[in-house]
Design a protein around this ligand. Structure first.
Ligand SMILES: Cc1cc2nc3c(=O)[nH]c(=O)nc-3n(C[C@H](O)[C@H](O)[C@H](O)COP(=O)(O)OP(=O)(O)OC[C@H]3O[C@@H](n4cnc5c(N)ncnc54)[C@H](O)[C@@H]3O)c2cc1C
Length: 486
């Protein structure tokens, strides 16, 4: 780590990886430093995975501007990085005249934000688009999409790495100093990094990194959102995201139902301010509430369909007493921390806004120094093969070329050994069980790894040359084996 970088990005979530990729379009020596063992380990992997249209945010805010822009420019990014997504459209359903008035004002807000095509529709329209969704009428948002947040983040990171960006994992930033020549020394859990610019994309840790830069006026309030994931058995019943009328007072979008690209349904998220920014617990009371609230717009919720729960944590800038949305902080504070771009409170719609946010980071840097284009920048990244999506002929050909495609490791999702190996051996490959899971979907099916988890553990240990006691599930300390039983 003795090098001097032009730019050091702190945090390898979707925003940090997108920033690194955007910066790699210029002649800059760039690194990303991440406290976890992999990219996409915090909020970027724990959300509703919706490419929002942009009607929920107040006109004139960064949130509104970047959300609309992120949505309308997504086709190009998805094509360059081979990111799976689907423009399903979305229904925000209402029942009462009060709901109708709120939907009308939401529509007006969306139109002010520049969204086209949103309309108030009747029950017949709901029946045509999503007959199993409740509601007497709805607001229809045609540009809303669902996407893979994992592939979005991996796509950004892999393409950035391909364009020369270096990644340091297991390297939590603990202190930042700036010397008289203006060079930052960033102290991390695995050594020091010297850099001319610092970009703070540390998500839930961004208030602390901001304070390390000397900008100590921000406090983040972690706000947990819990979800249920439903089995694919009922996936066909929900072809598009269905939301209730948002709670204008709390700013919450309400308990919604979102289909995933792979055919599951997510129910959630709840809204609960908590004390710790890494407490991803699922709680009985909230889980029961998800069923009650979710059933109102999708009456087919049954416990037998639930296969897993998870939680994400919003980095809220507003304390619980105020609630609602606070605009993204994206700033350069030259008087306190020259040559630093500081991002704090990148909550929803941060996934949708990631690319416009990273363009703003580049713009803020280019105001201070001239950036020269990188003539060798390659915007293209190819995603690993997904065996189950291929025709029988294509599958047979893959097996002929590589017999590991003939060995199914995860039965629920039909994930082959070749895909597990690709997840581990690929660019910025997986080192943890979760890393394998997020990259190729093994262990994401109905049995949640009951069948394949130990086989994947064996492959991962063999590939990495590590002992069972060294294998970690997700984050530091999450060991899954303690030693031999017999
Ligand atoms: C419940 C929920 C639902 C959401 N749904 C949507 C949605 O449908 N659509 C949408 O557009 N947005 C949604 N969002 C918002 C979106 O997920 C986030 O805005 C986005 O993922 C933020 O990305 P990030 O890169 O800023 O943060 P993160 O993904 O959290 O990445 C930050 C990284 O910084 C690292 N880090 C932290 N501190 C340090 C340190 N000191 N040193 C080194 N590394 C550090 C972390 O380990 C982490 O990997 C949702 C969020 C939540 C919580």
């Amino acid at each position: 780590m003795a090098h001097l970088y032009d730019v050091l990005v702190i945090g390898a979530g979707v925003v940090g990886c997108s920033a690194a990729r955007e910066l790699s379009k210029y002649q800059l020596k760039i690194a990303v430093v991440e406290k976890g063992p992999d990219v996409c380990m915090e909020t970027s992997s724990r959300n509703s995975a919706v490419l929002h249209a942009g009607y929920n945010n107040k006109p004139g805010t960064r949130m509104a501007k970047y959300c609309v822009e992120g949505n309308s420019t997504f086709d190009q990014i998805a094509a360059e990085l081979d990111i799976p997504y689907k423009r399903t459209g979305k229904l925000v359903v209402g029942y009462t005249e009060d709901d109708r008035a709120k939907l009308e004002s939401l529509k007006a807000q969306g139109e002010k934000n520049g969204i086209v095509g949103i309309e108030i529709v009747d029950r017949a329209f709901i029946d045509e688009k999503a007959p199993h969704v409740g509601g007497n009428f709805a607001m229809w948002s045609p540009t809303t999409a669902i996407l893979s947040p994992f592939q979005f983040t991996y796509g950004m990171a892999e393409n950035a790495a391909d364009n020369g960006v270096e990644f340091y994992f297991d390297s939590e930033v603990t202190a930042i100093e700036r010397d008289e020549e203006g060079i930052y020394t960033v102290k991390t859990a695995s050594g020091e990094i010297r850099t001319r610019w610092v970009v703070n994309c540390a998500g839930l840790g961004s208030d602390k990194v901001s304070a390390m830069l000397g900008i100590d006026e921000y406090t983040l309030y972690p706000c947990r959102g819990e979800y249920y994931i439903l089995d694919k058995r009922i996936g066909d019943m929900l072809p598009l995201p269905a939301y209730p009328v948002p709670n204008i007072k709390t700013g919450g979008l309400g308990i919604h139902l979102t289909p995933t690209l792979d055919g599951n349904i997510m129910v959630g998220p709840s809204t609960e301010y908590i004390d710790e920014n890494d407490n991803y617990a699922a709680t009985k009371g909230i889980m029961d509430m998800l069923i009650d609230d979710g059933s109102r717009i999708f009456p087919y919720l049954k416990k037998e369909y639930f296969i897993r729960n998870f939680a994400g944590i919003r980095p809220k800038l507003n304390p619980p007493s105020i609630g609602g949305f606070h605009d993204f902080v994206i700033e350069r504070r030259d008087e306190i921390a020259p040559h630093a771009v500081n991002l704090v409170g990148i909550e929803s719609p941060g996934l949708t806004s990631a690319v416009p946010i990273s363009k703003e980071i580049v713009r803020l840097i280019s105001e201070v120094e001239e950036l020269k284009e990188n003539p060798d920048f390659n915007p293209i990244r190819k995603r690993m093969v997904t065996f189950r999506d291929k025709s029988h002929e294509e599958q047979a050909k893959l097996i002929e070329e590589n017999p590991d495609y003939g060995e199914v490791i995860c039965r629920c999702e039909t994930i082959t050994k070749a895909e597990v190996l690709a997840a581990i051996r690929g660019p910025l490959g997986a080192k943890t069980m979760t890393g394998v899971k997020y990259r190729c979907r093994a262990m994401m099916g109905r049995c949640q790894g009951g069948y394949c988890q130990t086989r994947i553990a064996e492959i991962l240990m063999e590939e990495k040359g590590i002992k069972p006691e060294e294998l970690i599930y997700e984050r530091r300390g999450s060991y899954i084996f303690t030693g031999e039983v017999r």
